[in-house]
Design a protein around this ligand. Structure first.
Ligand code: ATP
Length: 580
């Protein structure tokens, strides 16, 4: 199927928009749907004419002409059916792609706070599986508008043309079957939603189990976890049975109700035929049309059910469908010297909660490395995150004289790079992990992070695939590749949170030396517990337990802060800040 284009859509949270978005395809569906379903009735009509012609003893040539017409009608109708199906499938594919794009766009535009609230990955996986169900319901609905709606209408009209009284009397049972199906959908909906929710829970549990398999094994809790998983699976099965049993067990009942009218058709139509008011061919055509209509009507429940199921999915994805926002990639960043002025900065993750860091003041200029240290949980990581400007903050963070929050998100991403605690490596090559798909030279950054010897031992060099989360690399290699990613663009401000925890002290020293030499246009914020290299950097920010600060050079802090001096001395003699 060619020329499937993913189109942006207005009002993506209204389901009708998806039909509007595919106007041309929908027009073709309507054309072929009307032609196929409207024309289908001609099949039994011509079949009846053929029977009458045989009974009348018409000549062979008349029979052949009638036979050819009959075959031509059948072939044309089937062709119409083929095109109707083709375009409905195209509508479904396009809609599915559009919905996925809108969900992707919505997630990509969520703020960092919203993304932390719900795991973006899980959310996306769940929403995508709902897209499939929802679109399947939309496809069935579109199909059934013609296969049930138009078809039944054309059957009904042709039956009325044959005989109004018989048609009205015999068709009375059909709305009863449809009404029953319609009423039961509420109950089916209830069970269906319980099944879908459980299914999501089990999916989450499955992902969690895969992710934590080794943890469970090492700690000997595999059995406990398996037992819990089994209980959840049993519950899922029960809910699946309840959701499906009612839906499927009702079908024969609808059939019987809808078909009750056939008794009347046989009696009244038969009498009419015996009396000579109908030919055998008309009688046969009428029975065929009525039976087809009754069967269609009894299957209307399927339509209601599929619409109902798709509504369940639609409700779940609806909240993730919002107007497309293209990411702006315009950056107005000063080329000249970088400066950072932090004034009375206070920050907490959730509005209304106590500040985690408070009244932070310091200044830095390009070429400087600023160390941030302090006891466990004093807020070092939090300060690093606050300096990214992704969360709301109080006070001021000025980069090159302009308030950080007044830069656009894209500009901030171009000015500041950040290395968090976890290396967050992609299951890709070393090169792609560093460049994130951009065309960048990485030789010098590999030298800066002292990775050249490591690379020599890898036959594929920078094309080495690191495995899921960098599993094929050592801890120190993982953290240095993540460090290289943070350094490679030489952003104005580089925030490194504990980058050397998996690196030996000698390598750490060499890397710091490289940073000093080769990143003279950047300001580096180096968060660390380990103070051994703090005598080689420009300034140190010590955050104390009571949230108070000391800012100065290493030598100044050694003189002015007994806390800093004692930590430094302790670590120099083999202890650490945590023991303090
Ligand atoms: N995302 C978060 N939401 C709410 N509170 C958080 C969040 N992250 C950290 N905190 C809280 O902020 C406080 C400071 O944590 P932070 O990680 O900044 O300290 P740290 O000095 O970097 O710690 P460590 O030395 O252990 O690395 C802690 O009390 C922690 O519970």
């Amino acid at each position: 199927m060619k020329d499937i284009k993913v189109k942006l859509i207005n009002n993506p949270n209204k389901i009708i928009s998806y039909w509007k978005n595919e106007k041309f395809t929908v027009a073709l569906i309507v054309f072929f749907g009307l032609a196929f379903n409207g024309g289908t009735v001609l099949g039994p009509i011509y079949q009846g004419k053929l029977i009458d012609s045989i009974l009348r003893g018409d000549s062979l040539s008349t029979l052949i002409v009638l036979g050819i017409k009959f075959v031509a009608i059948i072939v044309t109708i089937q062709l119409m059916r083929y095109f109707k199906r083709l375009y409905i499938r195209r509508f479904a594919n396009n809609t599915s792609a559009t919905m996925r794009l809108m969900i992707y766009n919505n997630i990509m535009n969520k703020s960092i706070i919203q993304l932390e609230d719900e795991s973006a990955g899980n959310l996306m996986t769940r929403a995508i599986s709902d897209v499939e169900l929802c679109v399947e319901g939309m496809r069935k609905f579109t199909t059934e508008v013609f296969d049930t709606g138009v078809l039944m209408l054309s059957y009904f009209i042709s039956m009325l043309i044959y005989d109004v009284k018989i048609t009205i009397l015999a068709s009375v049972f059909i709305p009863v079957a449809m009404l029953l199906a319609e009423k039961l959908k509420v109950i089916i909906y209830k069970y269906s939603i319980a099944f879908r929710n459980k299914s999501s829970e089990v999916a989450d549990l499955t992902y969690g189990t895969i992710e934590n398999a080794i943890l469970y094994r090492v700690n000997g809790i595999e059995k406990r976890n398996r037992d819990k998983y089994n209980i959840e699976l049993e519950d899922l099965q029960n809910k699946a049975i309840k959701a499906h049993i009612l839906e499927n067990s009702m079908q024969p009942i609808y059939n019987v109700i809808a078909m009750l009218g056939v008794i009347l058709v046989i009696y009244l139509g038969g009498t009419k035929t015996i009396e000579g008011n109908w030919t055998v061919g008309i009688f046969s055509a009428y029975i065929a049309i009525f039976t087809a209509m009754a069967v269609k009507a009894s299957k209307a429940a399927k339509l209601f059910n599929s619409v109902q199921k798709s509504q369940v999915s639609w409700k779940r994805i609806k909240t993730y469908l919002s107007e497309y926002q293209s990411k702006d990639t315009f950056a107005n960043i000063k080329k000249e010297k970088t400066s950072l002025i932090v004034d009375s900065l206070s920050f907490t993750y959730s509005i209304g909660k106590d500040n985690i860091v408070e009244n932070i003041n310091f200044e830095a200029k390009e070429g400087e490395i600023i160390g941030v240290t302090g006891p466990i949980a004093c807020g070092k990581t939090t300060l690093g995150i606050a300096l990214l400007g992704q969360y709301p903050y109080l006070g001021s963070i000025k980069v090159d004289g302009k308030e950080l929050k007044s830069y656009s998100e894209y500009e901030r991403s171009q000015m500041i790079s950040y290395l968090g605690h976890r290396p967050q490596l992609l299951s890709d090559t070393i090169y792609n992990n560093i460049t994130l798909g951009e065309d960048l030279k990485i030789n010098s950054v590999l030298r800066d992070i002292c990775f050249e010897d490591d690379l020599k031992a890898m036959p594929e060099r920078e094309s080495t695939v690191v495995g899921n989360n960098g599993i094929r690399l050592s801890g120190g290699q993982q953290s240095r590749i993540a460090l290289a990613r943070t350094l490679v663009r030489k952003n104005k401000i580089i925030i490194l949170d504990d980058p050397f925890s998996a690196v030996d002290m000698q390598t750490e020293e060499k890397i710091i030396e490289n940073l000093r030499k080769n990143y003279k246009e950047s300001i580096i914020i180096l968060i660390s517990h380990r103070l051994s290299i703090f005598n080689k950097i420009n300034k140190v920010l010590l955050i104390k337990d009571d949230k108070s600060l000391i800012y100065g050079t290493h030598n100044e802090l050694m003189e002015s802060s007994t806390l800093y001096k004692s930590i430094y001395d302790l670590q120099s003699s083999g202890g650490g800040i945590d023991e303090k």
